[in-house]
Design a binder for this molecule. Structure first.
Ligand code: BES
Ligand code: MN
Ligand code: ZN
Length: 494
């Protein structure tokens, strides 16, 4: 497992420093490192270095085996934590094949050290499980990261790197689960993997199998899963610390593969639908991280897991299903499956929350709509809510965590488009504003008294383009850090 250390003076053979711009002039920004700045700048200038964010240049030097320059862009008196996170992450990504490196990036506070440690760790990821004959040629990421700082001996800095290790461990879990091919990650194997880890972190596990789901009346999860040879599950994790200040339920969409069902998706791009369980992975990792950090916040994490397949047993367009709790839904489009499994889980989560004294908030996380990607692109996720105060808190948390979320409305006038002539609700409505329509569908299954957030992470969950900052190609781990940060904010409130 990845190890992070602190030191006051850099001694490692590989040294990461910043390279930025003052006007058009390059400038090296580092801390606690003695390097031949003038000579290096001459070399960098003649190489045509830009100093822009995401540029990484490696140079040999007399004092070190390698000096790695990572772009900081325009030099400011303060670098934002997210800029440092990305700069450290980009450098780490370019150090595959090396075991250890020291990060001597500029900073003024422990919050910035935390960001450097997180970024360096998050950039040190590779998914190698399925390499066969090419395994030997595979270069491993850094396994040891040293952060150079004059705060090295402070308790705050020590706990910051401990936290960064936990964030990396859990982000890697999310990424691994997403990257795992769906033949190897079924609803059942998702549960078994999670169960093993849960015992390690002191988190309670309950798993409902298909028989229990049918008996319990979970028509959404059953209906979506019934076309697959890999039967559906409802995974429930509980973390209950002795003195909890708040209680939240997290609900993550867990479609282990989304073919679209009988509304079959085009082959081109369907492979990315292995990531349709990103919400489930994020909520599972979030509860683990919260448990590891022993935060005084009670969490129930729910993952409705199903594989949306095509077969003679699949749900037909026009079939009517009954969601847990009794609402009926006419399935006009079997490709709008996420909302069906989430509806079951949201109703159940609220019921269980009520029994344990009421929820302070319920948050669902889902790769729910293509419309999310159209609206906000592949790096910004959406937040929809019935409680502006709660979404405000969440956006603060996301901002601290360095994850891009943007508020979206739930316009009442779109609700009528979800009316069905024969059931309580149809599973699709207006195509225009499809992300909001999906949010309005979920809202039908939420108690108006309970603060609720719907996070649509369809684009940001899976990076199909190029690696950037601390984000690799493939599963990204989005939402985990914001959920953790929200729990931390709740912990520090009276
Ligand atoms: N899993 C998809 C949404 C998705 C699309 C995630 C692209 C990531 C990238 C979801 O189940 C889906 O198919 N949604 C449909 C809904 C429509 C039928 C109302 C969509 O967005 O097209
Ligand atoms: Mn779908
Ligand atoms: Zn889906």
């Amino acid at each position: 497992m990845l190890k992070i250390k602190l030191t006051e003076r850099a001694d490692s053979e590989i040294l990461v420093v910043g390279l930025g711009l003052v006007g058009k002039k390059l400038q090296i920004e580092s801390t606690g490192a003695q390097i031949d700045t003038a000579a290096l700048l001459t070399t960098l200038t003649s190489m045509g270095a830009s100093g822009e964010v995401d540029e990484v240049i490696k140079l040999p030097s007399k004092s070190n085996k390698l000096i790695v320059f990572t772009g900081l862009g325009k030099i400011e008196s303060n670098f934002s934590p997210e800029l440092l996170r990305r700069a450290a992450g980009a450098a780490a990504r370019h150090l595959l094949g090396n075991d250890s490196a020291s990060f001597a990036l500029p900073h003024k506070s422990v919050a910035e050290i935390a960001a450097i440690a997180e970024g360096a760790a998050l950039g040190s990821y590779a998914f190698t499980e399925f390499r066969g004959s090419s395994k030997g040629a595979q270069k491993n990421p850094l396994s040891s990261i040293t952060v150079v700082t004059r705060f090295a001996n402070t308790a705050q800095a020590k706990s910051a790197i401990k936290r960064a290790e936990i964030i990396a461990e859990q982000t890697f879990l999310v990424r691994d689960l997403i990257n795992t091919p769906p033949s190897s990650l079924t609803p059942d194997s998702f549960c078994l993997r999670t169960k093993k880890l849960a015992s390690k972190y002191g988190v309670k596990v309950e798993i409902l199998n298909d028989a229990a789901l049918r008996k319990g009346g979970y028509g959404g999860i059953i209906g979506v899963g019934q076309g697959s040879a890999n039967p559906p599950r409802l995974l429930h994790l509980t973390y209950s610390p002795t003195k909890a200040k708040k209680r939240f339920a997290f609900v993550g969409k867990g479609i282990t593969f989304d073919t679209g069902g009988l509304a079959l998706k085009p082959a081109n791009g369907m492979e990315a639908m292995k990531a349709d369980m990103s919400g489930a992975a994020a909520v599972v990792a979030a509860i683990f991280a919260i448990a590891q950090l022993k935060l005084p916040v009670a969490i129930d994490a729910w993952a409705p897991l199903a594989e949306n397949m095509v077969s003679d047993t699949a749900t037909r367009p026009s079939d009517v299903i009954t969601i847990y709790g009794g609402k009926t839904v006419e399935v006009l489009n079997p490709d709008a499956e996420g909302r069906l499994v989430l509806a079951d889980a949201l109703v159940k989560a609220a019921e269980v929350g009520k029994k344990s004294g009421g929820l302070d908030g319920i948050i669902d996380v889902a790769t729910l709509t293509g419309a999310q990607v159209v609206a906000l692109g592949s790096r910004t996720s959406a937040v929809m809510t019935n409680d502006e105060n709660f979404s405000g808190q969440f956006l603060t948390a996301a901002n601290i965590a360095g994850e891009s979320f943007w508020p979206m409305p739930l316009p009442v006038e779109l609700r009528a488009s979800l009316d069905s002539p024969i059931a309580d609700l149809a599973n699709i409505g207006d195509r225009m504003g499809g992300m909001l329509v999906a949010g309005l569908f979920l809202k039908e299954f939420i108690d108006p008294q309970t603060p609720w957030l719907h996070l649509d992470i369809a684009g940001p969950a899976f990076n199909e383009k190029i690696a950037h900052g601390y984000t690799p190609v493939g599963g990204t781990g989005i939402a985990l850090r914001s959920l953790l940060c929200l729990a931390e904010l709740a912990s520090s409130q009276a």
